[in-house]
Design a protein around this ligand. Structure first.
Ligand code: 5GP
Length: 183
């Protein structure tokens, strides 16, 4: 797709991720953290963020998909994803989160359905602390009241790709975050 438009450049992303890492380092000083990355979109954000956190840390990953009602990528681009709220777990975490400091790392907070589902699931582990780190946030799309604790950038209601985010599995490896124009 040649008409992608850069929304957030890679150097701006790096600067903001470093700030978030410093904030987490400060907030959890002297403690350990488990980063739980939401597959696949958060993989790049997690790997950059974790290297900016100067604390003892481990990684885990969790996978989700929506129940059958996610439109085709083309449709999603046109009208957004209006899920009915059914989120399905495709990969659970590998370890107990009991009494641990857990930071869920997500690429983008949109309607809030995915993270509401994941928060409930992870709270059942009885962690000491559960925080949400989201690189991007589209507050205007929210359906459930949920805020990230560590948010990179608030963005308008646009469909974005790059830095882990895909369009039909492509563009995850773009260094910048780009808007896909809605035709
Ligand atoms: P939520 O459950 O908050 O509505 O949606 C979160 C998920 O929707 C994200 O993890 C991501 O997979 C997808 N999503 C929402 N907005 C965008 C977007 O602008 N671009 C891409 N590539 N995915 C998005």
């Amino acid at each position: 797709m040649s008409d992608l438009k850069v929304l957030i450049r890679h150097d701006e992303i790096a600067k903001r991720v470093a700030e978030l890492g410093a904030q987490i380092t400060h907030d959890f000083a002297g403690q350990s953290i488990i980063f739980v990355g939401v597959l696949k979109g958060a993989a790049i954000f997690l790997s950059d963020l974790a290297r900016q956190v100067k604390l003892d840390a481990t990684f885990d990953f969790i996978g989700v998909s929506s129940y059958g009602n996610r439109p085709s990528p083309k449709q999603e681009l046109k009208s957004g994803w209006d899920s009915t709220g059914e989120v399905k777990l495709t990969k659970d975490v590998d370890q107990s989160m009991k009494d641990k400091n857990v930071i869920v790392v997500e690429d983008i907070l949109d309607t809030g359905l995915t993270l509401t589902f994941l928060k409930k699931l992870l709270l059942a582990h009885q962690p000491r602390n559960l925080k949400i780190a989201a690189l991007l946030d589209k507050p205007s799309r929210r359906k459930l009241p949920l805020e990230g604790d560590y948010v990179g950038f608030k963005i308008p209601d646009e469909f974005v790709v790059g830095y882990g985010l895909d369009y039909a599995e492509r563009y995850r490896n773009l260094a910048d975050i780009c808007v896909v124009p809605r035709q």
